[in-house]
Design a protein around this ligand. Structure first.
Ligand code: HEC
Ligand code: HEC
Length: 287
């Protein structure tokens, strides 16, 4: 399924949400904004393994991209938020976020130039719901349509070259598509990390188990989207993998039990690079 060329969102709200996204005032100590960990100048994430939040504290996982997140069925690796709005509340109030409180954020905004902008849009001005809503509208606007693969899906057979087409076939025949499918090539199911070969890391992220308390949900995560994957290195929740090539090899081993080292990754890699879409319209013209 291609990414839709457009998606309905409220432009005035999204533009205000865009400003708040880069506003450090909203964090507990005024030191970081959403954009500190989710760079808007390319990937929607950071190029570093971890990011740094309030009090210089290192994040527990690699920051996920915010691009196309509106298409995910839940949010965070452990899927603890079911909606964009819950995700934003979580990101405003908790660790790996702004560590503030909704009350504090509302009062800071009320005493700032943004207050007028809220009353221009909302009769009730600055409220916790409205703050969350403007950021949600901004996140909805962060879609990246028109990738080569999307043009191919829409019927343009020339959008992929021969190698990219072979890579697409291998992506399907090797079984990657079993977990990475749907409009986001991921983001629509939970799966164990380490189906065939256990995955161990010093920094295992909080998994689905922490939400459901079911034994079988240990090391189970929301399957990440592969959209714009060429831009979002480093890879995996622990940000331990620097290149796409290595990520493909690890996925084959851990998720599909394919351990033959000789098998080339070049085709699948070429295919994954066709998943890079256009800069979201709302960010065009930004540096
Ligand atoms: C200190 C760094 C940091 C800050 C600040 C931060 N985030 Fe994040 N964000 C992360 C990390 C790390 C993750 C992945 C955590 C996880 O999945 O458990 C994440 C995950 C997300 C996701 C989930 C993507 C998905 O589909 O699962 C969204 C959306 C998001 N953040 C938006 C925001 C917004 C909006 C703000 C500001 C209100 C914000 N973040 C502030 C680090 C940060
Ligand atoms: C059984 C389900 C499953 C299969 C099959 C699978 N993946 Fe994954 N994939 C996942 C999960 C779960 C993660 C998240 C792992 C983590 O962060 O620890 C992931 C992560 C990734 C990532 C890193 C994403 C990021 O943003 O960090 C890439 C790239 C990837 N997979 C590509 C592939 C390719 C290519 C194949 C086929 C060779 C494949 N996957 C097969 C479930 C799967």
């Amino acid at each position: 399924m291609p990414i839709p060329k457009q998606i309905a969102y409220n432009k005035a709200k999204a533009e205000l949400g865009k400003k708040l996204f880069s506003e450090p005032m909203l964090s507990k100590d005024g030191s970081v904004s959403c954009a500190s960990c989710h760079s808007l100048s390319g990937s929607g994430a950071n190029k570093t393994q971890y990011s740094f939040g309030v009090d210089g504290q290192q994040t527990a996982t690699n920051a996920s991209t915010v691009l196309n997140s509106a298409f995910n069925f839940s949010y965070f690796y452990n899927g603890r938020a079911d909606t964009l709005k819950q995700q934003i509340k979580d990101s405003i109030t908790k660790e790996d976020g702004l560590e503030s409180s909704m009350d504090e954020v509302v009062s800071k905004i009320q005493n700032s130039a943004y207050a007028v902008e809220f009353s221009n849009i909302y009769e009730d001005g600055v409220t916790p719901q409205n703050v969350v809503e403007v950021i949600a509208e901004f996140e909805k606007a962060l879609i990246t349509p028109n990738s080569k693969f999307d043009r191919f899906l829409r019927g343009d057979d020339t959008a992929l070259n021969a190698q990219e087409k072979r890579g697409y076939k291998e992506f399907v025949s090797t079984g990657c598509v079993y977990c990475h499918n749907g409009v986001n090539m991921g983001g629509n199911m939970y799966q164990k990390m380490g189906v065939f070969e256990p995955y161990e890391s010093e920094k295992m992220a909080s998994s689905r188990f922490d939400v459901t308390k079911r034994e079988r949900d240990k090391n189970v995560y929301k399957v990440p989207s592969l959209r714009n994957i060429a831009l979002t290195a480093p890879y995996f929740h622990d940000g331990s993998v620097k290149t796409l090539k290595e990520a493909i090899i690890k996925m084959r081993e851990h998720q599909l039990g394919v351990t033959k080292k000789v098998k080339s990754t070049a085709n699948i890699e070429a295919f994954l690079k066709t998943l890079t879409g256009d800069t979201p319209a709302i960010l065009k013209g930004d540096k």
